[in-house]
Each structure stands twice: as C-alpha cells, then as structure tokens.
Design a protein around this ligand. Structure first.
Ligand code: GTP
Ligand code: SPV
Ligand code: MN
Length: 594
C-alpha cells in the first residue's frame, strides 16, 4: 500500500511500475517488522547470510558479483542539456540521448521481481537543510543498506509533505551486466538512473549520487556546499568543542580520522574527539555568518581492510551489531567475518570474498587476499562510541578549519596552511592522490582529484571552483581556515614515515592553535608550514624532531613538477577555471622559482 498521498510521488512510482513491470510493489516504511521480513527473505534466497548472532547480533554478510566490487567511474555520467555544464571532467551525454539509450534496458527488467519503494531523508528529519529522495529498487540488499545509511520511511515522507522537491532514483540490478552498467545523474531534473550493478556507491543512491553529485549542483544554485568531507569535533578540557571538516579521496582516511582516539598526551589532559560524519558534509552559512556542517547520512559505509583494534577501535566497535558486511571473508569456524588487517590470524576454515572455500593460510601465503581490498561494512551511526551529541542537530556544527589531503609518497608535507581562502581554494583544486581500490582501475597512480570531488562533482569543475570562491566572499573573515595534510609520505624503503591514525590528532592540534592565533609558522612558497618543534611528538616511538623536519620539508623541484600537473588539469577543464586560480598558480610558480 502506498505510504503517501503526495501525487508527485504516486505518479512517479506508477511510471516506474509501468516501465519495469515488477510483479509487486512494496513501500518501505522503515519499521523493524518489515525489515526483519526482508532479512529473512534474503537469507532464504541466499542473497545474504546471517552471521553468528551471539558475537555479531543483527549482522549479515553479502557477496556482490565478481565484476561488481567498486564504483565504476568510466560508466558514471552527468547528463545535462549542454555539454559544458558537466564536462570535461565528468563523462557527459545529452539528457534525452542518454534516456533513449537506457530506457530499453529498464523496460520490463523487474518482471518476476519485487519493486521496493524507499522514501529517505538525507540529514536529520526536520532540519531545514535536509532533503528527501525516493529510490525504487529490486534489491533487498539496497533496501537494508539504505535503512542504515539514511533516515528511511514515514519520517522522510513527512519531511517531503506535498512537495515535488525530491530526488527520483531508479535502480535495477537487471543482469549485473558490466557492459551495460550505467550510473547516471540528471542534476537538472533531480533524477538518478542506475542499472546493472548491485554495489555500494553505484546503488545506494542517497550517497554519492544524491548527497554529492546532485547535491553539489543544488548547492551551487542555492548557495551552499556538498563536499566529500568528514566532520569531527575536538572537545577541549574546558568543554568547548571545535569542528573540523576534511576532504580526502576515497579510501584515504576519512573514516579513520573522524573516529580517532586521542593519544595519551591529549587524553590525560581531557581532550575528546567526536564524530559527526565520515564521508559527506553539507554546509550552509548560518545566521551568525559562519559555515555550519551537517552529515546527511545516518550510517557509515566504511572500508573494512585495515580496520582493527589498534587502528580504529571505534569503527570496529561500531560494526559489532546491526551491520552488513560486503565482500569480506567468511570465517566458517564461528560464522564471523575476517579481512586483511583485522588481526594476524586469517581463519583457516573460511570462504574468501568470492564465496569460494579456501584454506586461509595457504591462500594468504599465495599472496592472495581473503577479503576484497574494497570490502566494506555498513554500520548504523548510533553504534559509534564517539558519535557526537550534535549528530542530529538540525542546524549542524560550526566549522573552524577545513582540511584537504591525499596519498602522496613525496611532495606534500605532513601539513601546511593556506595563506587565505582564495589560496586555500587553489590548494584544494590542486589536490592529488594515489588511486585506491574504491574505484575500478589501476591502483597507486597519482591523479589530480580536486577537493576529493573528481568522481562526485555534479557539474563543470571550473564552475565548482568559482562556487568555492563565491562562498569565501560571502563568509569573509568568518571563513574557516584551510589546511592541507599528507599522512602518507614514505621513506626510501616505501614505508609510511608518519604513524598516522590517532596520532594525526597531533597535527589537528597544530591547526586549531593556528586558528586561535596561538602558534607561529614558517612562511614557505606553498603556504605556512609548522616549525618542527610545534608538532607535539611526546610519547611517539621512533619519531624525532629530525623526522618531523623531514616530513615538513618542501622540495621546490618536486613542487615545480607538481605545478605543471595542476596547469594540465586547469587546461583540461578549460575556460571556466576562475582567473583568480590561474593567478594563484602563476604566483606559486613565481615563489617556487625565486
Ligand atoms: P571512503 O569511504 O572510500 O570515502 O574512504 P575513507 O576516506 O573514509 O578511508 P578510510 O578511513 O576507510 O581509510 C582507508 C584506508 O586508509 C584504510 O586501509 C586505512 O587503514 C588507511 N588509513 C587511514 N588513515 C591512515 C593514516 O593515518 N595512515 C595510514 N598509513 N593509513 C591510513
Ligand atoms: C567512496 O568510494 O568514496 C565511498 C564508497 O565512500 S562508495 O559509497 O562506494 O562510493
Ligand atoms: Mn567516500
């Protein structure tokens, strides 16, 4: 039975039924009873496996198809009427042309299947900054993931009321045919079409497709920002909390930073870290003129490999109940899960992520992996031991500092601060990182990834840079300070020099001191770099003042090379790159050449 009288919603759902001809339609109300029935159904068909309910209550395991394990950037499109409004960074096709191409794939594709209608709210229900989407799908896996990642059901419909302002998301697994896989955004029509995938970011349409690609376009039109950023709060001994947002590319440390455990030196003084979000921030200018961030999501779709009791105990704890594990290994001895980096004991009696039974030790000895490198957990935010009490604050949290970062074996120092907002926008636009398993394609190749938004910006990248500059003008002297970090510098043997994880707080503390005007810095051609002695290394094994000096070193020749890469990016984006950023680039080159 339909859950709403909203005629716009009803008409669209009827249109979806006519197009895909499911045997039945089920509206998802978000009730526990309905979700339980869907879980049971998924166990019955083998779509999901129920895990050990004593050790992992409410947890389930799912394997995707082998050809369907990550976002597919080459098959992701932004469709607009005019090419320049989406291209050249995005794949583009004209709106009606793309629809004509995809409609035959959708036609009748749910015959013999059930269509689930998922009303969901991005952001706390009741917040003026939240937005509603409706996703139709033939996948129970999608329904159960959306239920964790967003606010699903009647609350979302209440938020929508009679309005036509909702994002229409149509997902169908079809044949999971990689050759006909498409993830398509139509920002001008608030619509998303996804077909032939069953994996994460391709199909949980509230996440990357809506909350970044569509929302970034909405933000440009409406004067706010949708960013690939975590949001965390650092509470000082006086009880005052300062909020930081940070944009790192996929699988470059957002979840880990958002949930960090303060090192002993800070913990004993009474510092605490709180998580508001681990992947996406929507930011608006508040009544006081400052920038405020909400997390539109309601859960974490986090990278499993590398998550362990030492690196991220908060994340590990978060996944102990009510969690969906995707493409991790199955420990058959006790019906639990395992992934590389969980501990040093791969289960011997196990199934690797593809579902093939293996002898774990042999398999690992053969250099293989039991869990897919992009295997993930979908866990409710409310499980997180360090969840901020502001998580559901409809107005969000005020942002003191913004951070950009990536994986750079060389070039980028541990941390530096931009000279001002405009230079900070340049720093974000110039971001680069070594690619990871979060998207299909080669891993470890340096590519430019402006603001960590290359795969997620729903419009022309030059216009996006201009929007950042525009926001800075509106914020004026209330704008957050902008920093850049790199946790991933390596030594000659290729080992990470900086310990990372919880110890990254040492760098965040320098940033906050800078924001409060409590610490000096060294002015270099690329920005303000800390004096080595101002990064607190007390209690760190094997890290000396000289190590820090090395981590902070700015090699002018490497930087001049890097500037060339930025120039190539700008040339590729073309005429819509703001003149201010071209000027920033040439000024940087001049400073480096001196
Ligand atoms: P998405 O969910 O894809 O957007 O990724 P994310 O940015 O949230 O990345 P996540 O925090 O899940 O980290 C991904 C990988 O980076 C994991 O394998 C982590 O173990 C590793 N990692 C995270 N933080 C650090 C760090 O400070 N140092 C090092 N060396 N590795 C890190
Ligand atoms: C990312 O790739 O940045 C993710 C995972 O956060 S996905 O939802 O698949 O995009
Ligand atoms: Mn992400």
């Amino acid at each position: 039975m339909a859950l709403t009288n909203n005629q716009h919603v009803l008409d669209w759902v009827a249109e979806m039924e006519a197009l895909m001809t499911p045997d039945a339609t089920i509206w998802i109300d978000g009730s526990e009873g309905q979700l339980r029935a869907l879980r049971e159904e998924a166990f019955r068909t083998g779509e999901m496996t129920e895990l050990n309910q004593e050790k992992l209550p409410g947890c389930v395991l799912h394997h995707t198809a082998k050809n369907d394990v990550a976002r597919v950037e080459d098959r992701t499109f932004i469709c607009t009427k005019n090419k320049e409004d989406a291209a050249p960074i995005n794949n583009w096709m004209e709106t009606s042309e793309m629809k004509a191409k995809l409609l035959p794939l959708y036609k009748g594709c749910m015959k013999g299947r059930i269509m689930y209608v998922i009303p969901y709210c991005m952001g706390p229900v009741g917040s003026p900054f939240s937005k509603v989407g409706i996703e139709v799908t033939d996948s129970i896996y999608v329904v159960l993931n959306m239920d964790i990642m967003t606010r699903v059901g009647v609350g979302a419909l209440r938020q929508l009321g009679d309005s036509n302002d909702f994002v229409r998301g149509q997902h169908a697994k079809a044949d999971i045919d990689a050759e006909n896989r498409y993830i398509v955004q139509f920002p001008e029509e608030n619509a998303i079409w996804s077909i032939n995938s069953g994996y994460g970011g391709n199909v949980l349409l509230g996440k990357k497709c809506f909350a970044l690609r569509i929302a970034s376009y909405q933000g440009k039109k409406e004067g706010w920002m949708a960013e690939h950023m975590l949001i965390l709060g650092i509470e000082g001994p006086d009880g005052d909390t300062k909020y930081i947002t940070a944009a790192f590319p996929s699988a470059c440390g957002k979840t880990n930073l958002a949930m960090l455990i303060p090192p002993e030196i800070y913990a004993k003084q009474g510092y605490k870290v709180w998580t508001v979000g681990d992947d996406i921030a929507w930011m608006h200018i508040g009544e006081d003129g400052r920038l405020y961030a909400i997390n539109p999501e309601n859960g974490f779709f986090g990278v499993a490999p590398g998550t362990n009791e030492k690196s991220n105990p908060n994340a590990l704890h978060t996944t102990m109940k009510g969690t969906i594990f995707t493409n991790v290994a199955h420990n058959l001895d006790d019906n639990t899960v395992w992934w590389e980096g969980l501990d040093k004991n791969p289960p011997e009696n196990a199934q690797e992520w593809t579902g093939v039974p293996v002898n774990g030790k042999e398999y690992v000895a053969n250099g293989g992996k039991l869990a897919h490198p992009n295997s993930r957990f979908t866990a409710p935010a409310e499980n997180c031991p360090c969840l901020s009490k502001e998580f559901n604050n409809p107005n969000g949290v005020p942002v003191t500092a913004m951070v950009f970062g990536g994986r750079r074996a060389k070039t980028a120092p541990l941390v530096y601060q931009s000279f001002n907002w405009e230079h900070g926008v340049y720093v974000g636009s110039a971001m680069a990182s070594e690619t990871t398993a979060a998207a299909t394609g080669a891993v470890g190749v340096v590519r430019r990834d402006p603001m960590a938004m290359r795969p997620f910006c729903g419009y022309n990248m030059g216009d996006y840079f201009a929007h950042w500059l525009e926001m800075g003008k509106k914020l004026g002297d209330k704008a957050p300070k902008i920093f850049h970090v790199n946790w991933f510098r390596t030594d000659d043997e290729g080992h990470f020099i900086w310990p990372g994880f919880g110890d990254n707080m040492r760098v965040l503390m320098w940033m906050l001191a800078r924001c409060e005007g409590k610490v000096d810095a060294v002015e270099t051609p690329i920005g303000y770099v800390p004096k080595a002695e101002d990064i607190n290394i007390e209690g760190l094994d094997g890290i000396t003042l000289d190590t820090v000096k090395g981590l902070l070193d700015v090699d002018k020749n490497l930087w001049l090379e890097d500037v060339k890469g930025v120039e190539e990016l700008y040339d590729m984006i073309g005429s819509r790159v703001p003149a201010e950023l071209r000027k920033q680039l040439s000024d940087l080159r001049d400073r480096l050449s001196k």
